[in-house]
Design a protein around this ligand. Structure first.
Ligand SMILES: Nc1ncnc2c1ncn2[C@@H]1O[C@H](COP(=O)(O)OP(=O)(O)OP(=O)(O)O)[C@@H](O)[C@H]1O
Ligand SMILES: [Mg+2]
Length: 359
């Protein structure tokens, strides 16, 4: 029997706002608070370091794919990156600084064209995105060219036009205002799936052509980042034949930035998500630290004990055994961080919210 406490934990420990909804880059780009509570995980830090060099004007390889399992934080990272590249964004710069990068502004300013993958023609959507961006920048010729190319019946021609127009757009942008161009495609896998299933209406080599243009010999001031689930390669492999060969060739042109899902990363995310107000008392902090130290001694948790001891109090009231179990279950049966935050938010009978309201 659990006694209802007079002052339940739920009154003092709440979940930070950002975890209450999942990341939609297009929507969150204009929300100044969307990065509140963002935690720079080990994956995010190494991805930022890699991209500071990779997006540099001197780099000859500027096509990347960010891959990682469902819910591992890829879109949230894409949002941070967009904010770092496009605007003078205090919050994004603070986050980059805290991550150990000398300065958020180590990135050259970029005009970002963002696309969110759908099961439709990539070339068609790319032409629409180029047209929109050209219109915004007052480049009417390019906008008109993109509108015309969009009506082209031949998928090979449409793909080539899309990439040529993107190339022109990037050159005109740098001449007009000094910004380089980044094409960022979240859920790029959906476009690849569509191309794989519809070889007559989409030229599957479009992904390869795009990667070759970014950082290629032509010198367009262009970079491309695709965000994908790593399961995609397996999906395309099942299509066999030409598609499989095409995608393997294309995939090789994109340098991989892997988003991991270590236990330590999850603990940091959960610690960042739980907010204590007022802060925990000394006895609670000491007890939490002791519990996590014991968990390391018993082998319940792996990783760096000192690192986890530093955030032990922020994990209260979660027991180390609960966290270890939760992480494995979310990985094996669910969608990683998304399932963990689902558990933290839910009011279901065995969910975290129900627990903290009772205790
Ligand atoms: N570094 C982080 N800091 C704060 N919150 C994070 C971080 N990484 C992930 N999250 C949270 O975890 C959830 C899943 O993240 P996100 O949507 O970015 O994952 P994803 O890899 O894009 O998932 P999917 O593959 O399903 O598109 C979101 O609620 C997000 O707010
Ligand atoms: Mg996502």
């Amino acid at each position: 029997m659990v006694n209802r406490a007079e002052s339940p934990i739920g009154l003092r420990v709440t979940l930070s706002r950002r975890y209450v909804r999942s990341t939609d880059v297009a929507r969150d780009l204009t929300d100044p608070r969307a990065l509140d509570g963002y935690v720079v995980t080990a994956s995010a830090r190494s991805a930022l370091e890699r991209l500071v060099d990779g997006l540099d004007a001197g780099s000859t390889q500027r096509a990347f794919r960010i891959t990682g399992p469902y819910g591992s934080g890829k879109s949230s990272f894409a949002l941070l990156l967009c904010r770092l590249l496009t605007a003078v964004d205090e919050r994004a710069n603070e986050i980059a600084k805290a991550s150990g990068l000398a300065k958020g502004t180590a990135f050259a300013p970029h005009a970002v064209i963002f696309m969110s993958g759908r099961r439709t023609s990539f070339s068609g959507d790319l032409l629409a995105a180029v047209r929109e961006q050209a219109r915004m920048l007052g480049m009417d010729d390019i906008a008109a060219g993109a509108a015309k190319a969009g009506t082209d019946e031949d998928p090979g021609l449409r793909a080539r036009s899309a990439i040529d127009l993107l190339d022109r757009l990037s050159r005109d942008t740098i001449s007009a205002d000094g910004r380089r161009t980044l094409l960022l495609v979240d859920e790029m896998g959906r476009y690849v799936e569509h191309a794989a299933a519809n070889p007559r209406s989409e030229d599957p080599s479009v992904f390869q052509q795009l990667a070759e243009r970014a950082g290629g010999r032509g010198g367009a001031p262009l970079a491309v980042i695709g965000v994908l689930h790593h399961r995609l390669a397996e999906y395309v492999a099942a299509m066999g034949g030409v598609i499989e060969a095409e995608w393997t060739r294309s995939a090789d042109r994109y340098e991989e930035i892997a988003f991991g899902d270590s236990l330590e990363q999850t603990l940091h995310l959960v610690a960042g998500a739980l907010e204590a107000d007022p802060s925990h008392t000394r006895p609670v902090r000491d007890a939490a630290r002791r519990l996590f130290e014991e968990a390391f001694q018993h082998g319940t948790l792996g990783g760096d004990p000192a690192d986890v001891a530093a955030i032990a109090a922020d994990l209260y009231p979660l027991h180390p055994a609960a966290l270890a179990t939760l992480t494995v279950a979310a990985r094996r049966l669910g969608q990683n961080e998304r399932s963990i935050f689902g558990f933290l938010q839910t009011l279901e009978p065995s969910g975290f919210q129900r627990f903290v309201q009772k205790m």
